[in-house]
Design a protein around this ligand. Structure first.
Ligand code: UDX
Length: 445
């Protein structure tokens, strides 16, 4: 009989994983402790903006025309334990308040709630991003709590999906990494991922600690690459050089590559910033803090980009923000997402407003989230409306809609034609030709 899969935690990672497992042909039961989320997903609606995910839900949740009926949701731990052969834990591990370390309380709570109901053979698979050593600790707890004893096992299978590409990244990942302690666990995971593996996706089998570290290392590398090019942007600014051309020239070297080499306002979101901090904290606990001191610098370079953007905006406003109108284009931490967690755009908007400017924000998808988190900022329904009477326009999240903006149309509503491109994607020639003062991070004025 085909494996039956459960997914615990139906946030970004869990909702996507559950829908993709159903797409791969498995019977899937998703669990969340939030009944509102379960009601929404059962109705085939996604609690966040993620291209392609709603379509996949409707395709598999029962009650929708032509649906496979393979994907259901519940809030019952008993039901999940009874149903599943493989249980994926997909709850979040946010940064602890006031500390660098990861908050493991959701993962711990999920395992503690599930384990006492596991009275038949099962594999519990952690997908959450956790400090190295967590899987070994959780395996002990599972063994102590599960009535089925040794017939219940743990594995670790980190997730590398990017928001905005979550469905594609889950169905066709760059690689699958599984940390296991037995052949049986490996075989079960090979069965779960048979389709992508048959399509050529590399399947890396390793121990718990290595699997946990692959995720921490991958995010650290990506963050470092972004901060490296942003450090070059700082040097370019002082030397009168152009970081966009520099990055392009570097990218032709195959050893370097062009991806994640876009200079600008730096990284944000629910993963990279908190994951590099949690990694530093964990290395400190293990006595390996010196190995990761460079990540402190990666973090500071990243945060400095936000201050530099505020400074440039102040300059463009004539040295002070009082009485000045500033339009901010973008609120999401990156395009194709409505996620505003640690959003560089909103951080800059907030700082500028605190310094006395009248700030109006527009984002194609993240307005509701932004309004809830930053109620003191003003919001507009379009880029044109946000730019009404602005002394400077800040382009801070590179939505396609902003890339396609007509400099003439925007110029007709602003008070002064000044634009700061925080993502280095607008064409300086076109904007300058339309009479705009165009400035960007790491490029000559
Ligand atoms: C990231 C990792 O890519 C993913 O593998 C991991 O599972 C979770 O964290 P995500 O947070 O969705 O995914 O966003 P990503 O596309 O990686 O972008 C992260 C941030 O870096 C964004 O704020 C983006 O604007 C910024 N970025 C990215 C740059 O500033 N420059 C670049 O060249 C690339």
């Amino acid at each position: 009989m085909a494996l039956r899969i459960t997914v615990i935690g139906t946030g970004y990672l869990g909702a996507t994983h559950a829908a993709c497992m159903a797409e791969l042909g498995f019977e899937v039961l998703g669990l969340d402790i939030d009944p509102d989320k379960i009601a929404m997903l059962t109705a085939g609606r996604v609690p966040m903006y993620e291209p392609g995910l709603a379509e996949l839900l409707v395709k598999h949740v029962p009650g929708h025309e032509g649906s496979s009926g393979r994907l259901r949701f519940t809030t019952s731990w008993e039901e999940v334990a009874e149903f599943g052969d493989v249980h994926f834990i997909c709850v979040n591990t946010p940064q602890k308040a006031g500390e660098f370390a990861a908050d493991m309380s959701h993962v711990d709570a999920a395992l503690t709630a599930l384990a006492p109901h596991l009275s038949r053979p099962a594999l519990v698979v952690g997908k959450s991003t956790v400090p190295v050593g967590s899987a070994a600790r959780l395996a002990e707890r599972l063994a102590a709590l599960a009535p089925a004893g040794e017939q219940v096992e743990l594995a670790w299978n980190p997730e590398f999906l990017r928001e905005g590409f979550a469905v594609g990244d889950t169905l066709h990942p760059d690689r699958l990494v599984v940390g296991v302690r037995s052949e049986r666990a490996e075989e079960l995971l090979r069965e779960v991922y048979a389709t992508p593996v048959a399509q050529g996706v590399p399947f890396v089998v390793t121990d718990f600690a290595t699997a946990e570290l692959v995720k921490a290392a991958a995010n650290s590398f990506l963050a470092t690459k972004i901060s490296f090019i942003n450090a070059m942007a700082e040097v370019c600014e002082t030397a009168g050089a152009d970081v966009v051309q520099l990055s392009k020239a570097l990218s032709y070297d195959e050893r370097i590559g062009g991806k994640f080499l876009n200079a600008g306002l730096g990284f944000g979101g629910g993963c990279l910033p908190k994951d590099i901090r949690a990694f530093m904290a964990r290395a400190g606990e293990l006595g390996a803090d010196q190995a990761l001191t460079f990540l402190r610098e990666v973090d500071s370079i990243n945060m400095r980009r936000r201050s530099r953007m505020v400074e440039l905006a102040r300059e463009q406003c004539g040295g002070g923000f009082l009485g000045r109108r500033v339009a901010v284009l973008g609120a999401a931490f990156k395009p194709n997402s409505d996620d505003i967690r640690d959003s560089p755009a909103l951080n800059v908007a907030g700082q500028i407003q605190l310094q006395g400017a009248q700030v109006t924000v527009y984002d194609p998808k993240a307005m509701d989230n932004a309004r809830k988190m930053f109620p003191a900022l003003a919001y507009a329904d379009s880029a044109l409306e946000a730019a009404q009477g602005a002394h400077v326009v800040l382009h801070l999240t590179e939505w396609q809609e902003f890339r396609e903006m007509d400099p003439e149309a925007l110029g007709s509503v602003v008070s002064e034609r000044r634009i700061l491109d925080g993502r280095n994607v607008l064409d300086p020639v076109a904007w300058r030709a339309a009479g705009w003062t165009y400035r960007a991070l790491g490029r000559p004025s």
